[in-house]
Design a protein around this ligand. Structure first.
Ligand code: IPM
Ligand code: MG
Length: 355
């Protein structure tokens, strides 16, 4: 295996405090990963007058993957490039409860599902405008029974689902369900859509999923209306395996899924395209605890585990994951969000000892 090159974008506020020890931990494994740290956000502005200079884009293009912290906005142009520029269409957000995670549920045992969030379309086009702009289209609301433009003054946002966009993320989800089934999971894909109201857009997402499902007879297929999905996810999460859904539902429900197992400090994610992937915690930058060495780095560490897997360091990924499990099972060195008193540094030292 050739040497791997990984771009690191630390992000803002408390985010670098989770990213730096994660990189240090991986370095202990001597995988020969070359870390590249292009100037992004404030560093980009002071060096090149741009939050996402050419140098950063090139660094990403020449790398095998990116490890991204979290952004309050300053590194957002880099994040947008990692999504839309690199076509990372499948945002995989796993929720697996492990003993020691401080879940608010009485019985979190057995929670092990993944939300696959479509990452590029839906309401994330940032195509919004004034209702007047719709007048020439003569678009009519089926519920209000009048031209949408006549409802104003007001604004609209476009929700777009394409056949290709839906198909690639649904296929990704079925392939994932197959790999998980090989490791003992039930082999099930659930879609969450509002196809009873959004008959055209979410209706297409579901239609595409039904077609793809037909070519995976070994995988159970289930379609839920997204509000019902939210109920099942919170009342019987053990029933879920792989859940695929349009972008915004996935954004919202993956934060909810993180809450189920014990909070955003535990929620990793990986965004995959056909030729690139980047990895980031699902959480934000936690400005309230910035500079206090108390952020829970588990989400970032587990994102890095997903990254090592992607880069082919499968055994090493498993070693870090095991070390994290041991520290939680021990229950002695936990960060504050998990009911402990350990600093970020102490927590990471405990992980290193268990490697
Ligand atoms: C996430 C975040 C982002 C999103 C923000 C920072 C744009 O909430 O990764 O879930 O909405 O996708
Ligand atoms: Mg989010």
């Amino acid at each position: 295996m050739g040497k791997k090159r990984v771009v690191v974008i630390e992000g803002e506020d408390a985010s670098p405090e989770a990213v730096q020890p994660t990189v240090a931990l991986i370095d202990k494994l001597n995988l020969g990963i070359e870390w590249v740290r292009p100037p992004v956000g404030d560093a980009g502005i002071s060096l090149h007058g741009s939050a996402f200079p050419e140098e950063a884009r090139e660094a990403i293009d020449e790398s095998d993957a990116t490890l991204f912290g979290a952004t309050s906005g300053k590194s957002a142009p880099a994040l947008f490039y990692l999504r839309w520029g690199k076509s990372t269409y499948a945002n995989l957000r796993p929720s697996r409860w492990i003993p020691g995670y401080k879940s608010p549920l009485a019985k979190p045992e057995g929670i092990d599902f993944v939300i696959v969030r479509e990452n590029l379309e839906d309401l994330y086009l940032m195509a919004e405008g004034d209702l007047e702009e719709l007048r020439p289209l003569g678009l009519t609301s089926l519920t209000a029974r009048r031209p949408v433009a006549d409802m104003g003054p007001g604004r609209f946002a476009l929700k777009v689902i394409t056949e290709r966009g839906a198909e690639q993320v649904v296929r990704f989800s079925f392939e994932l369900a197959r790999r998980r089934k090989a490791k003992g999971r039930p082999g099930k894909v659930t879609t969450a859509t509002k196809h009873n109201m959004l008959r055209q857009s979410d209706g297409l997402f579901l239609e595409v999923a039904q077609k793809v499902a037909a070519s995976y007879p070994d995988i159970t297929f289930e379609s839920l209306i997204v509000d019902n999905f939210a109920h099942i996810m919170t009342s019987a999460p053990q029933k879920l395996d792989v859940a695929v859904m349009p972008n915004l539902y996935g954004d919202i429900l993956s934060d909810g899924a993180a809450g189920l197992i014990g909070g955003l400090g535990l929620a990793p994610s990986g965004c995959y395209g056909d030729s690139y992937a980047y990895f980031e915690s699902a959480h934000g930058t936690a400005p309230d605890i910035a500079g206090q060495n108390m952020i829970n780095p588990t989400a970032t560490l587990l994102s890095a585990v997903m990254m090592l897997d992607y880069l082919g360091f499968v055994e090493e990924a498993a070693r870090i994951e095991k070390a994290i499990e041991l520290v939680y099972a021990g229950g002695r060195v936990l960060t504050r969000d998990q009911g402990g008193t350990a600093s970020t540094t102490e927590f990471c030292e405990a992980i290193a000892e268990n490697l």
